[in-house]
Design a protein around this ligand. Structure first.
Ligand SMILES: Nc1nc(=O)c2c([nH]1)NC[C@@H]1CN(c3ccc(C(=O)N[C@@H](CCC(=O)O)C(=O)O)cc3)CN21
Ligand SMILES: CC(C)C(=O)C(=O)O
Ligand SMILES: [Mg+2]
Length: 267
């Protein structure tokens, strides 16, 4: 059994200038396929609310949901670094609750690290987690759990003040001990500046190519999610068409009784 990549592996990659690759993954079957690839990190993202549950936002996702999916992923993949999202409401009420929920993602889910949306305001909690032995990844820019505050899914950090705020938040997270920070939907020049200001890796999604690595939602990059097409998504395959074609082929062969043949039958 290969050993999982750790936060230290990722830091070494960053120091060597090797880009870090991350995809979301929510189940055993895809986790196996990710294992066969050379992706470094799996994020069990609260985007499972959208992708798996069909919700409009990530807000309804629970800690139990994340644990359930993290367990499935951990069974299918033994080598990727496993990072689990702290869902909305799991750390906002108070830090004690955040601590208990983060510990659950490691104890019950099998995650190696947790990701929290937020900046300077959550730095004390990040520090407590790190002190307790829980590696923390930050998430700044478009933080989808704040969609109601933002009034939509829009680019963040535009303008001088917002840019300075984002850099201050990133530095506060680094100071608190975060080992990595995701930047979602921020102008590429700002993502470059903040990456240069930090000595921990940055992972971009809609943040240009100057971050230390990139993340995409698995179903988006596989082209299985054709109704969702924000500017930052590139489809590296068109599985949606392949799947529909396969389903139609199955249906047709059932209807004309050409499937199953004797090769698929028992005497
Ligand atoms: N499948 C999936 N992929 C994701 O990347 C993703 C999720 N789900 N769920 C959680 C968040 C939500 N995300 C979103 C959701 C909507 C837009 C969006 O509508 N973007 C438009 C408008 C941008 C603008 O206002 O400038 C775009 O064209 O990018 C972007 C990211 C990213 N995350
Ligand atoms: C889009 C990524 C960064 C995420 O937080 C998620 O998939 O939930
Ligand atoms: Mg998320």
């Amino acid at each position: 059994m290969a050993k999982r990549k750790t936060n230290r592996h990722l830091q070494k990659m960053y120091e060597k200038g090797t880009p870090i690759t991350m995809v979301t993954c929510y189940d055993f079957t895809f986790a196996r396929l990710v294992e066969k690839s050379d992706i470094d990190t799996i994020l069990i993202g609260d985007s499972l609310g959208n992708v798996i549950q069909g919700q409009d936002t990530t807000l309804p996702v629970t800690v139990d949901d994340i644990i359930y999916h993290t367990r499935a992923v951990a069974r299918g993949n033994q080598s990727a670094h496993l990072l689990a999202d702290m869902p909305f409401g799991s750390y906002q009420a108070n830090d004690d609750e955040g601590m208990r929920n983060a510990a659950r993602l490691l104890k019950e889910g099998g995650a190696q690290a947790v990701k929290l949306e937020g900046g300077a305001a959550i730095a004390p909690l990040v520090k407590r987690m790190v002190t307790a032995g829980i590696p923390v990844c930050g998430h700044l820019g478009l933080t989808p759990q704040s969609v109601n505050q933002f009034g939509g899914f829009r680019v963040q950090g535009r303008g001088e003040d917002a840019g300075e705020q984002l850099i201050a938040d990133a530095l506060a997270l680094e100071e608190a001990g975060a080992y990595m920070i995701v930047f979602e939907m921020v102008p590429k020049d700002l993502a470059k500046r903040v990456t240069e200001a930090l000595s921990i890796p940055t992972i971009g999604i809609g943040a240009g190519n100057a971050t230390s690595g990139q993340v995409l939602v698995l179903q988006d990059l596989l082209g299985m999610n054709q109704d969702f097409c924000p500017k930052f998504v590139k489809r590296f395959a068109n599985l949606e068409d392949s799947v529909v074609k396969a389903l139609d082929a199955f249906g047709e062969e059932v209807r004309d009784r050409s499937f199953p043949t004797d090769a698929h039958s028992f005497d």
